[in-house]
Design a protein around this ligand. Structure first.
Ligand SMILES: [Zn+2]
Length: 615
C-alpha cells in the first residue's frame, strides 16, 4: 500500500506546483497590462513613447519566450512522470487480479475438498471421523520417566495412566528433601523446603515379630512427599537424590528380594511372581518385564562391583582354580571358579583352554592351586601347587580297585574249591543214598588258570603295598605331621627336604619294579610335578589341595541340576556375577542383601571396605 500513497502524494505536489506557476504567470501578465495602460495614459507623444518602449517590449518578449521554453520543458518532465505512474498502476492492477484469481481458486479447491470429504466420509478412518466431530486434541506428551530432565511432567491431565495403579492404602508417609546442593556442595539444611509432589512406593521390610524370635516380611506402601529447596549460592532448585529408584514404583527391599530369589533359588520370573502372590495376596501386581528391566537397570552397577572383585582376586597370594561344564543352549560351555581364602569369582566361557581364563589371571602374580589339567600348565610365570587331594584320591582309587580284584579272585578260588569238595564227597557216598542240599555251582578252573590267578594276586599285593606307601606319604599333609599345612611354619618340614624325601621314595619304588600300569602313571605324574607339590610349605595358610574351588563349584552344580540348560549367555553372565558376589559374602560372613541394597540404591560400593571392614 505504501507505494500507492507515495504516488498520490507525488501527484498532489505536482498539481500544487503547476497551480503556483500558473498563478505567477497570470498575475505578471495582468501587472504588465496595467502598467501599459497607465504609461500610455500619461504619455503625451504616442509615437515617441512607442519608439522609446520598443527595446523594453522586445526584452519582455524574449523573457516570455524563455519562460515558455522552460514551461514546455517542465510539462515534458511531468508527462514522463505521469507515464511512470500509469505504468505502475497498471502493474498493480495485474498483480491484484492475479491474486484474486488465486484466492478464488483456493476457495474452490477448499469447497471441492469439503464436498469430497462429505461424500467419502464413510471410507475415512474412525480416528479422522472422530477428529471431525471433537476436533484435534493435544498430542500425547512424553512421560517424565523418559528423560531425567524432562520439563513435561507426566501425561496431559485427564489422560489414562499406564502400568500399575497407585495403591490407595498407605502405611506410612515420609518427607524427602535434599540435604546439600549437588552443584556446589553447600549444605541446605537451613533452607526452607517446598512440597512438590508425592509418590507411592511399595516396599518389603524385614521386621522382628512381637516376641523377638523370628523375622517377618512385611509389604508396605510408603508415600514419599518430595520437597525441593533452592540453593542460595547457585540459585538452582535442588531435589532429593533418589538414584536408580527415581520414579520407581517398588522399593529397594522389594527389588533385592526378587533379585536374590532369581539368583539364589534360581526361580523363573513367573515363579517369583507366583511366590509373591502366595505370600502377600493377589493385590501384588508386578509384571515380568518390570523384573527383567530391574536386572538390566542394575547391570552396570553390579558389573562395576564384579570388576572390583576381579581386582581383589589378582592381589591374592594364591588362588584356587577349577572348571566344570555349563550347558548353554545345547552347547557345552565352561564355568570357571577362581577363589582365594575369602573371595570367590565365577567366570563363564565358551572353551576350556587356558586362553579362556587369561583375562582373569592377567596381572596375577600368586600361586595357582589347581588339579593336573593341562590348561593350567600354560601359566608358566606363576608358581603352582598341584592338588594333593587329587593325587591321594587317585592312589586310594587304585588301591580299592586292586583290593576288589583280589577279593573277586579269592571268592572264585573258594567257590571252585567248594565244588571240588562236594564232588569228591558225592563220589565217596554209597550208590542209592540221596545227597542233601543243592550242589554249589561254579565254573571249574583249570590248573593253569589257578596258577595265573595266583600270580596276579601276588602282583596285586605288591602293587598294593607300593601304593599304600605312596598313599601314606601323601596323606601326611592332612595328618598331624611335619607336612601339615595348618601347622606354623617353624614346625613344618622345609620344602627342599620334602621334595628330596619324595624323590627318595620314588627311586625306592622304581627299584622294586612297577607291575601295574595305573601305578606307573601315578609315579610318572609325581615325577613330572615333583617340584609343584610342596609349594604350600613356603607359604603360611596355603592349602595343598583344591577342595575350596570344588566346594564353590558345588553351589553352581546344584543350580545346574535345577535349571538344566541355560537359555542365554546374558542370563548366564548375570548369574555368574551375582553368584560371585553372593558366595564371596557368604565366605566372609557378610550380608549379601546388604551389599545388594547398596548396589541397587546406586551408592558407590567399595567392595574391599565392605568385605574387610577391620583392615
Ligand atoms: Zn548450589
Amino acid at each position: 500500500m505504501g507505494i500507492w500513497r507515495r504516488i498520490s502524494n507525488f501527484f498532489n505536489t505536482c498539481l500544487h506546483l503547476l497551480k503556483q506557476i500558473w498563478h505567477s504567470l497570470v498575475s505578471r501578465k495582468r501587472q504588465e497590462r496595467i502598467s501599459l495602460v497607465f504609461s500610455s495614459a500619461s504619455l503625451p507623444d504616442p509615437k515617441l513613447t512607442v519608439e522609446k518602449w520598443i527595446p523594453q517590449i522586445n526584452a519582455l518578449q524574449d523573457a516570455l519566450q524563455q519562460k515558455d521554453v522552460e514551461l514546455a520543458k517542465q510539462a515534458d518532465q511531468l508527462k514522463a512522470q505521469i507515464a511512470v505512474v500509469e505504468k505502475i498502476e497498471h502493474e498493480k492492477a495485474v498483480i491484484e487480479a492475479r491474486y484474486q484469481k488465486k484466492l478464488k481458486a483456493a476457495e474452490v479447491k477448499k469447497r471441492n475438498l469439503a464436498q469430497y470429504h462429505e461424500r467419502k466420509k464413510d471410507t475415512r478412518t474412525l480416528k479422522q471421523q472422530v477428529e471431525d466431530i471433537v476436533g484435534k486434541g493435544p498430542k500425547w506428551l512424553p512421560h517424565a520417566c523418559e528423560t531425567p530432565l524432562s520439563h513435561i511432567i507426566g501425561k496431559p491431565l485427564g489422560s489414562s495412566g499406564a502400568g500399575r495403579p497407585r495403591p490407595e492404602l498407605i502405611h506410612e508417609t515420609q518427607d524427602l528433601m535434599p540435604h546439600k546442593c549437588f552443584h556446589c556442595d553447600l549444605a541446605l539444611d537451613a533452607q526452607p523446603a517446598y512440597y512438590v509432589y508425592d509418590t507411592v512406593v511399595t516396599d518389603l521390610h524385614r521386621e522382628l515379630d512381637e516376641v523377638g524370635a523370628y523375622d517377618i516380611l512385611r509389604m508396605k506402601n510408603i508415600c514419599y512427599r518430595i520437597h525441593r529447596k533452592k540453593c542460595p549460592r547457585c540459585h538452582r532448585w535442588i531435589y532429593p537424590v533418589r538414584g536408580l529408584f527415581h520414579n520407581a514404583r517398588f522399593g529397594v527391599g522389594f527389588v533385592c528380594y526378587v533379585i536374590s530369589h532369581r539368583i539364589l533359588l534360581n526361580l523363573t520370573y513367573i515363579d517369583i511372581l507366583r511366590d509373591l502372590r502366595k505370600i502377600f495376596g493377589f493385590t501384588v501386581t508386578v509384571s515380568e518385564t518390570a523384573i527383567i528391566d530391574w536386572f538390566l537397570k542394575f547391570e552396570a552397577q553390579i558389573h562395576a562391583v564384579y570388576t572390583q572383585l576381579e581386582a581383589l582376586v589378582k592381589e591374592a597370594n594364591f588362588a584356587h582354580i577349577d572348571e566344570t561344564g555349563l550347558p548353554m543352549r545345547g552347547q557345552n560351555w565352561w564355568l570357571w571358579v577362581v577363589c582365594t581364602a575369602n573371595l570367590v569369582l565365577y567366570h563363564q566361557s565358551t572353551g576350556r583352554g587356558h586362553t579362556d581364563i587369561e583375562d582373569i589371571l592377567k596381572g596375577f602374580q600368586g600361586t595357582i592351586i589347581a588339579d593336573f589339567f593341562r590348561a593350567y600348565e600354560k601359566f608358566k610365570n606363576n608358581p603352582h601347587q598341584k592338588c594333593m587331594a587329587h593325587l591321594l584320591s587317585a592312589i586310594i582309587e587304585l588301591m580299592v580297585k586292586l583290593e576288589k580284584e583280589n577279593e573277586r579272585m579269592t571268592l572264585k578260588i573258594t567257590k571252585c574249591e567248594a565244588v571240588q569238595a562236594r564232588e569228591q564227597a558225592d563220589a565217596e557216598v554209597e550208590r542209592g543214598t540221596k545227597t542233601r542240599g543243592r550242589k554249589p555251582k561254579a565254573e571249574m578252573l583249570t590248573s593253569s588258570q589257578l596258577d595265573m590267578m595266583e600270580r596276579r594276586s601276588q602282583a596285586n599285593q605288591k602293587t598294593l603295598r607300593q601304593a599304600s606307601t605312596l598313599g601314606a606319604f601323601f596323606r601326611q599333609p592332612f595328618q598331624d605331621t611335619v607336612y601339615n599345612w595348618e601347622k606354623p611354619s617353624t614346625e613344618r618340614i622345609s620344602r627342599a627336604t620334602a621334595e628330596s624325601q619324595l624323590n627318595e621314595l620314588l627311586i625306592s619304588l622304581r627299584t622294586q619294579g612297577i607291575d601295574d600300569d595305573d601305578l606307573e602313571n601315578l609315579l610318572k605324574r609325581c615325577e613330572k610335578f615333583r617340584l609343584e607339590l610342596f609349594t604350600y610349605l613356603d607359604h603360611p595358610d596355603m592349602p595343598p589341595d583344591n577342595n575350596r574351588a570344588e566346594r564353590n563349584l558345588r553351589k553352581f552344580a546344584k543350580q545346574r541340576r535345577i535349571s538344566g540348560d541355560f537359555k542365554s549367555p546374558l542370563v548366564g553372565k548375570h548369574l555368574v556375577t551375582y553368584l560371585s558376589l553372593y558366595m564371596t559374602c557368604v565366605t566372609n560372613e557378610r550380608d549379601f542383601d546388604h551389599l545388594l541394597h547398596d548396589i541397587v540404591t546406586g551408592e558407590t560400593v567399595d567392595l574391599r571396605a565392605f568385605l574387610f571392614p577391620d583392615d
